[in-house]
Design a protein around this ligand. Structure first.
Ligand code: ASP
Length: 292
C-alpha cells in the first residue's frame, strides 16, 4: 500500500546562502519520516520523527534556534494530530523543552488536547520528555536578528504531514512563533483546525505564516473541508491561501496530502522550503519554493 510524507520549513524569504541548508534539512526530515513509513510504521510516528529533525536544526524556527519573544526568551507552540480517531495533542508557550512536538504527542495520550505555559512544562517533565535550560534553545544568529530589528515577524516554523500504508493520516506543526511577540502570545500552530488538521476521510494539512490571519480564516479546517469535498490537496491549498489574502491579507503557506495520497502545497511568500517522499521514490526531494 502507498505511503507519503511532506514537510515544510516555514513560509518566508530564504536567502541564497541558506538554500542548501534548507534543502538538506527538509530532505533529511522527509527521509527520517519515510524510514518509518517504509517499514509499515505509523503516520504519527513519521510526523513526530520528521519534526524532531527540523526542531534540532537552527535553520528553522522550532526547538533549538527558535525565534525570541519581546523579552528575548524562547516560548514554543507545537501540535500533532492523527486522522483515524481524530486524536490531538498540543503545547503552547512552553519553555525549556528540547522537542516540543514530543511533548504535544504526550498530551495526545491524556484526556486533554492543549496544555500551556508552566503546566505544560511540568507535564512534559512528568512524561519523561527531554527538558533543557530555556536559554539552551537560543541560537546566536537568532539573538543577533532579534537585536537588529524590533519588528514582530514570523519565520521558519516547521511542519509535517504523512499518510501511512494503512491509509491513516497525521499532521504536526512546531514553532517558536513570531520574533518579538508579546510573552504569552499563542499562534495558530498548536491550535487544531487552524494550524493543522488530520482526518482520514479528507487528508491532512500543516500551516505556517501569519498566525493571526491563519486563525481568523480557520485555514487548516478550510483546506481539510475542501479535500473532504473531493478537491485535490494542491487546489485546496492554493484556494485557501488566496482566500486568506483576499479576506484578511497576510502571508502564509501550507502542505497537504489528500485522501488519494496526492501531495499539495501553496505559499504567497517568495519561498517555503519543503521536502517530500512517497513510496514510489528512493530518496527525498526538496525545494525552497513551489515549482508551478
Ligand atoms: N504561524 C506561526 C505563528 O504565527 C509563525 C510561522 O509560521 O512562521 O506563530
Amino acid at each position: 500500500m502507498a505511503w507519503a510524507i511532506i514537510v515544510h520549513g516555514g513560509a518566508h524569504p530564504v536567502a541564497d546562502d541558506k538554500i542548501d541548508a534548507s534543502d538538506r534539512a527538509c530532505g533529511a526530515a522527509a527521509d527520517a519520516g519515510a524510514a518509518i513509513l517504509e517499514k509499515g510504521g505509523s503516520a504519527l510516528d513519521a510526523v513526530e520523527a520528521a519534526i524532531r529533525v527540523l526542531e534540532d536544526d537552527p535553520v528553522f524556527n522550532a526547538g533549538y534556534g527558535s525565534a525570541l519573544n519581546a523579552d528575548g526568551e524562547v516560548e514554543n507552540d507545537a501540535a500533532i494530530m492523527e486522522g483515524e480517531k481524530l486524536a490531538a495533542g498540543a503545547v503552547a508557550s512552553i519553555r525549556g523543552v528540547r522537542h516540543p512536538i514530543s511533548a504535544a504527542r504526550k498530551v495526545m495520550e491524556t484526556e486533554h488536547v492543549l496544555l500551556s505555559g508552566e503546566g505544560a512544562r511540568r507535564f512534559a517533565e512528568q512524561s519523561g520528555v527531554e527538558l533543557c535550560d530555556p536559554t539552551e534553545l537560543i541560537d546566536e544568529e537568532q539573538r543577533r536578528e532579534w537585536e537588529a530589528s524590533k519588528k514582530t515577524r514570523g519565520s521558519d516554523t516547521v511542519g509535517a504531514v504523512a499518510m501511512d500504508s494503512r491509509g491513516v493520516f497525521a499532521a504536526g506543526t512546531s514553532t517558536g512563533g513570531l520574533m518579538h511577540k508579546r510573552p504569552g502570545r499563542i499562534g495558530d500552530s498548536p491550535l487544531v483546525g487552524l494550524g493543522l488538521y488530520a482526518d482520514n476521510s479528507a487528508g491532512a494539512v500543516s500551516m505556517t505564516g501569519d498566525g493571526e490571519m491563519i486563525m481568523r480564516m480557520a485555514l487548516a479546517h478550510r483546506i481539510t473541508n475542501s479535500m473532504c469535498n473531493g478537491i485535490d490537496a494542491d487546489r485546496a491549498s492554493e484556494e485557501a491561501i488566496a482566500a486568506m489574502e483576499r479576506r484578511v491579507g497576510g502571508e502564509a503557506g501550507c502542505i497537504a496530502i489528500d485522501r488519494h495520497g496526492q501531495l499539495g502545497q501553496a505559499h504567497n511568500t517568495s519561498h517555503m522550503p519543503t521536502g517530500w517522499r512517497t513510496s514510489e521514490m528512493a530518496s527525498a526531494a526538496a525545494s525552497v519554493k513551489k515549482e508551478h
